[in-house]
Ligand binder design. Structure first.
Ligand SMILES: *Cc1c(COP(=O)(O)O)cnc(C)c1O
Length: 361
């Protein structure tokens, strides 16, 4: 069976060359006679893999030196919970901007620890737009302002880094990190589960401005303490070594392909191709998101007649286009077109969509 174009939202498609290299190194890594996943995380072999991955990520994202980088287990959702424990004082409020499903999850995860205030939400209009930063109601003594750069389910994205006037900005970049250049220095903290744009599920990347680590935060176990994780170089306990190694191969691949500037160009072309196909379908397909907030990574769309959904999914799958079913929260379809989705994949999708509309229109 040949590989197909996989539009899964996460875990998501990985570059074929990365998978081939991991296959070639699976049984025996770099002449040591064992797989990298069988070696101690504290041995020289894995330490080298870990250091190279961090150095490559720093180069890829132009991470300034006053930021620490962590590679941890637990996923983005665990990071959402730990942010409040680490960076909000007991009783101190924190501001949350809600532009979709994951913004709501973030509040749910911190509710036991912090007075989470909704600084802005676009829920009233069904998350078809993002609340503009000029409308955010910020709390003067808030520990931080949390927002979701790209909402993976609702398909809305902030295209510019919001200004928070001296506040500490925290961004959930799980589904858009490394998709375009980003000025990290505008943030207190950025986090991303790897399984959308960085590699395999099982490792989460955090980029933390070091002065935040001086905050006392709330009483917590050492294993929940980011200061301790930074001191321990993400090896307070056994880290997810295989996932870290694979993510490192993806970072290397992104650098070799031309870095985030090149991916920004490709992602812009891919998104334009797909949105043009939707908008130019005379209503056969529909995307409800305000044009300026449309995500370049996750494109939800609906067929004019929902009764055609099952046929669309069956025929697209037969045509080698995998995982187009929308998230159960929204229904319809969703195409996730992360860095590892080639332009040929999006071209194949729009060709199929036009053909399907011609036959069923
Ligand atoms: C997938 C996702 C999450 C949750 O990630 P887990 O690793 O499953 O915890 C959080 N935020 C965003 C924006 C996501 O896309």
């Amino acid at each position: 069976m040949a590989r197909v174009f996989n539009f899964s939202a996460g875990p998501a498609t990985l570059p074929q060359s990365v998978l081939e290299r991991a296959r070639d190194e699976m049984l025996e890594w770099n002449g040591v006679g064992a797989s990298i996943v069988e070696l101690s995380h504290r041995g020289p072999e894995f330490m080298e893999v870990a250091a190279r991955a961090e150095a490559d990520l720093r180069a890829l994202l132009s991470i300034p030196d006053d930021y620490a980088v962590l590679f941890l287990a637990g996923g983005a959702t665990t990071a959402q919970a730990l942010i409040a424990l680490n960076f909000a004082q007991p009783g101190q409020p924190a501001d949350y901007v809600v532009s979709g499903h994951w913004g709501k999850t973030a509040i749910k995860q911190v509710a036991p620890y912090v007075d989470a205030r909704i600084a802005a939400t676009s829920e009233d209009n069904g998350f078809h737009d993002v609340p503009p930063p000029s409308t955010w109601t910020l709390t003067p003594d808030a520990a931080y302002v949390h927002y979701t750069a790209n909402e993976t389910i609702h398909g809305v994205e902030y295209r510019e880094v919001p200004r928070v006037d001296g506040g500490t900005l925290i961004g959930d970049f799980s589904s858009s990190i490394a998709s375009e250049p980003l000025d990290i220095s505008r943030f207190g903290l950025i986090y991303a589960g790897a399984q959308k744009n960085l590699g395999p599920v099982g490792v989460t990347v955090l980029i933390i401005r070091r002065d935040l680590l001086e905050r006392e935060g709330q009483p917590r176990a050492e294993i929940l303490d980011y200061r301790a994780h930074v001191r321990g170089e993400s090896m307070l306990n056994t880290p997810p070594t295989w996932n870290w190694y694979l993510a490192g191969l993806v970072f290397r691949w992104m650098l070799d392909e031309g870095g985030v500037e090149e991916f920004a160009r490709r992602n812009g072309r891919k998104a334009a191709l797909l949105y043009d196909a939707i908008d130019g379908s005379s209503g056969f397909y529909r995307n409800d998101v305000a044009a300026a907030a449309r995500s370049r990574m996750n494109v939800p769309f609906f067929l004019h007649d929902e009764a055609l959904n099952a046929e669309f999914l069956a025929e697209s799958k037969a045509a080698g286009l995998l995982a187009l079913k929308g998230h159960r929260v929204l229904g319809g379809m969703r195409a996730s077109i992360y860095n590892a989705m080639p332009e040929a994949g999006v071209q194949a999708l729009v060709d199929f969509m036009r053909d399907f509309a011609r036959r069923r229109g």
